[in-house]
Design a protein around this ligand. Structure first.
Ligand code: MN3
Length: 194
């Protein structure tokens, strides 16, 4: 069974004016689709890995019996597929809140505003392409902010993603050009959970 592009739970223009329809459409149909195609492509060589959930491929990456180059392809494109699948779900024109998470975030970081400030600062500091994540450390269940380069999934480090922000230029360049901090600030206006 091959991986397929998940449908968005809203229209491409639903996040206007903060994230524009053209960016959403290209990001979903071209970028996300390309990660899926390359992931499916590399798995053609490994029938025993086909049908395994992408979470399992990523969290067990180091134990996969595959060539090093193919492992890197699974890390990059499996991560790309997994990260983007989550990213679409983090966005919500209706901005529904998760009260329990909001409470925990406030408890961990001092306040929701302080969390947003720390998360935004972290996202602004990603050098080149990557993501900022709010994750839960599987070792102690604590929340923390963690930047990841490229499409590396937090799962690789034993961290469970809770909320993530794509700061690759393809996520914002059409509308924001070099103004990543402005994109980050506006992203909070269409994100759910906190
Ligand atoms: Mn992206």
């Amino acid at each position: 069974m091959k991986f397929t592009l998940p449908k968005l739970p809203y229209d491409y223009n639903a996040l206007e004016p903060y994230i524009d329809a053209q960016t959403m459409e290209i990001h979903h149909q071209k970028h996300h689709q390309a990660y899926i195609d390359k992931l499916n492509g590399v798995l053609e060589k490994y029938p025993d890995l086909q049908g395994r959930p992408v979470e399992e491929l990523l969290s067990g990456l180091n134990d996969l019996k595959v060539d090093e180059a193919d492992k890197k392809t699974i890390q990059n494109h499996g991560g790309g597929h997994y990260n983007h699948t989550l990213f679409w779900q983090f966005l919500d024109p209706a901005k529904q809140k998760d009260e329990l998470l909001t409470k925990e975030v406030a408890g961990t970081f001092g306040s929701v505003e302080e969390f947003k400030k720390q998360f935004s600062d972290s996202a602004a500091k990603v050098f080149g392409s990557g993501w900022a994540w709010l994750v839960r450390d599987n070792k102690n269940s604590k929340l923390l902010i963690q930047n990841m380069p490229n499409q590396d999934s937090p799962l690789i480090l034993g961290l469970t993603p809770i909320l993530g922000l794509d700061v690759w230029e393809h996520a914002y360049y059409l509308k924001y050009q070099n103004k990543r901090p402005e994109y980050i600030e506006n992203w909070w206006k269409v994100v759910k959970m906190v």
